[in-house]
Ligand binder design. Structure first.
Ligand SMILES: NC(=O)c1ccc[n+]([C@@H]2O[C@H](COP(=O)([O-])OP(=O)(O)OC[C@H]3O[C@@H](n4cnc5c(N)ncnc54)[C@H](O)[C@@H]3O)[C@@H](O)[C@H]2O)c1
Length: 262
């Protein structure tokens, strides 16, 4: 089955790199016009140029901080003006905070909840009305298996992502008849800049020998014997974004090499 997105406009937050960028590439190769949105202004512009050159698709880069209401409003307006009505919304932007809960502070929790829960909420609130009016929409929010299972050192991140799962399921119930579907993709450990940054920090803290032992232990937890690649996750997002997935809504799809089978 070849998934096609001809004529569709997709907006992807956190699209400058990682899973967001891999998803953008897959949708663009399938014929979609793409808006990459990211807080990293220079990176989002260079990623947009790269994607357009690689695929020939119409791609725009939009700098926005998703925790700022005005940025989100401008982001939606800009995509609408340059690409037309948004058909596909992928929420991939996130941060992580690798600390024990008791070492975190209220300001850490606020930032985490702002980026990982309030940000997707603002975007959904801004983008859904037009999708409902047009009777078509595909929404995919990236969560994490840490939200389903809990994960030491990621408590506020896991809590925010659990909130996203509850949010998406609830809205999916509200808008089910409108032709708009909302689903969650929940990745296991995937080799992106986000993970690399976290691993570098861990390696420095643990020292090489202990870090290598930990890496082997982590890999043993994955029945498929490897960590995820951004394209592994993007493929699941692309399927849920396709016309073929019209009867799937309110679901959580773990894409995790068998790490957990919740
Ligand atoms: N990589 C993994 O192992 C993994 C595992 C589970 C879940 N996930 C989830 O998958 C998604 C993508 O992760 P990734 O590994 O590609 O991350 P990444 O860090 O490589 O990319 C995330 C992007 O979000 C952007 N961003 C952060 N805060 C923002 C803000 N306030 N406004 C706009 N943009 C902002 C960053 O600049 C970055 O480009 C995230 O939602 C993440 O939680 C990733």
């Amino acid at each position: 089955m070849e998934l096609r997105f001809d004529g569709k406009a997709a907006l992807i937050t956190g699209g400058a790199r990682g899973i967001g960028f891999a998803t953008a590439r897959m949708l663009a190769k399938g014929g979609a016009k793409v808006a990459l949105v990211d807080i990293q202004g220079d990176l989002v512009q260079s990623s947009a140029r790269k994607l357009s050159q690689e695929t020939g698709a119409q791609v725009i880069g939009v700098r926005a901080d998703l925790t700022v209401e005005d940025d989100v409003r401008k982001m939606a307006a800009s995509a609408n003006e340059k690409l037309g009505a948004v058909d596909i919304f992928v929420s991939s932007a996130a941060i992580v905070d690798d600390k024990l809960f008791l070492d975190t502070s209220p300001s850490d929790w606020h930032r985490m909840l702002d980026v990982c829960l309030y940000g997707p909420m603002l975007c959904l609130h801004g983008l859904l009305p037009a999708m409902i009016d047009r009777g078509y929409g595909r929404v995919i929010c990236l969560a994490s298996d840490s939200a389903r299972l809990g994960q030491a050192r990621l408590s506020s991140y896991a809590a925010a992502k659990a909130g996203v799962i509850a949010l998406v399921k609830s809205i999916a119930q509200e808008v089910g008849k409108s032709g708009v579907t909302l689903n969650i993709v929940s990745p296991g450990a995937t080799d992106t800049e986000m993970r690399q940054e976290r691993e570098t920090h861990m390696r420095e803290q643990m020292g090489e020998e202990k870090y290598q032992r930990r890496l082997k232990t982590v890999l043993r937890m994955y029945p498929t014997g490897r960590l995820g690649k951004p394209d592994d996750i993007a493929a699941a997002v692309a399927f849920l974004a396709s016309d073929e997935a019209s009867w799937i809504t309110g679901q959580v799809l773990s894409v995790n090499g068998g790490f957990a089978m919740p």
